[in-house]
Design a protein around this ligand. Structure first.
Ligand SMILES: [Fe+2]
Ligand SMILES: [Fe+2]
Length: 189
């Protein structure tokens, strides 16, 4: 699949602001891919497709999760997490995107996971730091991403967990696992 085709697939499913976000994530992810030696073309495709399912009806995402090999425990956590895993299934089943790097990066962009590859981490961080983001702490992560991708991912996870705990929300286990995994890795350097 090329970029134009990927854009044709996602564009009808996204509001304009989300499409603009998608393009900014794509450029940010491409910069990180160049910096950290990942396949730029593949990273760009993953970025274009990452929010494909963002506005799918909840029932549709629920059904996709139930009828796939995705972990069903997702359904016990906030529905905001569902669009990544759901998109990773739909891009494969409907559009033949079988590349594991692309599918995993899309799947885990909402939750993270322990042992994220560089490819997955690039999309995870790009989604967090793209220039349209303006929440507290983002600039520190942006700056760190220029020199230390894993530390940037760790900061994003830390901020996310902190935010969720602060509002008494649940945290999906993969997000904790990603945080713990990177904490140990960074402390062991
Ligand atoms: Fe997303
Ligand atoms: Fe996104």
């Amino acid at each position: 699949m090329n970029e134009d085709k990927a854009i044709d697939i996602v564009k009808p499913h996204l509001k304009q602001e989300r499409f603009d976000h998608t393009l900014r994530v794509t450029e940010t992810a491409a910069e990180l891919a160049a910096k950290y030696d990942a396949d730029i073309e593949k990273v760009r495709l993953a970025a274009i497709l990452h929010d494909y399912a963002k506005y799918f009806p909840l029932d549709k995402m629920k059904n996709i999760i139930k009828n796939s090999e995705l972990p069903n425990n997702l359904l016990h956590f906030h529905h905001e997490l569902w669009h990544g895993p759901a998109a990773s299934v739909i891009v494969y089943e409907k559009h033949g995107v079988s590349d594991t790097d692309i599918r995993n990066a899309i799947q885990y962009h909402t939750t993270g996971r322990a042992g994220m590859t560089t490819f997955e981490t690039i999309l995870f961080v790009a989604d967090y730091i793209e220039p349209g983001r303006s929440f507290p702490g983002v600039q520190e992560v942006r700056d760190t991403a220029q020199t230390d991708l894993d530390r940037a991912a760790w900061m994003a996870l830390r901020n996310t967990i902190h935010f969720l705990v602060g509002k008494h929300a649940t945290v999906y286990p993969d997000t904790f696992n990603a945080y713990n995994n990177l904490t140990v890795q960074l402390n062991g350097r």
